[in-house]
Design a protein around this ligand. Structure first.
Ligand SMILES: CC(C)(COP(=O)(O)OP(=O)(O)OC[C@H]1O[C@@H](n2cnc3c(N)ncnc32)[C@H](O)[C@@H]1OP(=O)(O)O)[C@@H](O)C(=O)NCCC(=O)NCCS
Length: 204
């Protein structure tokens, strides 16, 4: 479903709509968005993005049903966010990422609108918790904090202070302790290059 960004309950999203003839929209990701999404992610995160620990939780998996979104302006993909099924220390959860906005569209509220849209969709689908690896100064505004993820471990190197979580349902991560494991449906074919070996985490 296509949703005008100006419908988001977000002051800065309204600023985007006010810019006139080229509105930004957030809609469900289409399969055809793939090449533009990957090009945007390469531009935002660099060529080594596929070696990051979070990618281990996405390799060979499909994003969670109905939880991948694209932001479109003048027919061009200018933003992306996706969520993935995981088991987080024994609790069912979603892992959010990557979130990216094209440089020319930043600081207009689009990142916040993508987050609000994705989190509302996750909540509407009955998911209880979302985790991510990112900068707390950005994600705290959406309610993410390190506390609920304090006893979780990712399957590879990660910076503890960047592992954040948000409970959509109270207590959804209570008692969550241990490794975060990918649990999403297998993708029909490899999405991004050959499988990579990765060291087993010591803390698992
Ligand atoms: C992070 C990102 C998605 C934000 O998109 P955006 O559309 O500019 O976001 P918003 O307009 O909602 O918010 C912009 C505000 O967040 C701040 N911000 C952006 N990245 C930040 C970060 N890593 N830490 C703290 N604040 C950050 C901006 O400085 C700006 O602050 P202001 O409101 O005081 O001007 C975008 O900068 C981006 O794609 N960055 C590269 C990829 C990335 O780092 N993704 C996030 C990690 S998964």
């Amino acid at each position: 479903m296509t949703m005008p960004i100006q419908n988001q309950p977000n002051r800065r999203a309204a600023t985007i709509a006010d810019r006139g003839p080229a509105p930004l929209i957030i809609r469900a990701e289409h399969e055809a968005d793939g090449p533009a999404r990957e090009a945007l992610l390469d531009a935002c995160f660099g060529a080594n993005r596929m070696t990051r620990t979070c990618q281990r939780l996405r390799d060979g998996r499909l994003a969670a049903e109905g939880l991948a979104f694209s932001a479109i302006q003048r027919g061009r993909l200018v933003g992306t966010v996706r969520l993935w099924h995981v088991m987080a220390g024994g609790r069912a959860a979603l892992m959010l990422g990557p979130l990216a906005v094209a440089p020319a569209c930043r600081k207009l509220g689009l990142g916040a609108a993508l987050m609000a849209h994705a989190l509302a969709a996750a909540r509407a689908r009955g998911h209880g918790a979302v985790i991510l690896l990112g900068d707390a100064p950005y994600y705290a505004r959406f309610g993410f904090a390190a506390g609920p993820a304090a006893r979780l471990v990712l399957p590879g190197p990660f910076e503890r202070h960047r592992l954040l979580a948000l409970e959509l349902a109270a207590g959804a991560l209570e008692g969550a302790h241990g490794l975060v494991l990918a649990t999403g449906r297998a993708a029909p074919r490899p999405q991004a290059g050959p499988a990579r070996a990765w060291p087993r985490p010591r803390a698992a």
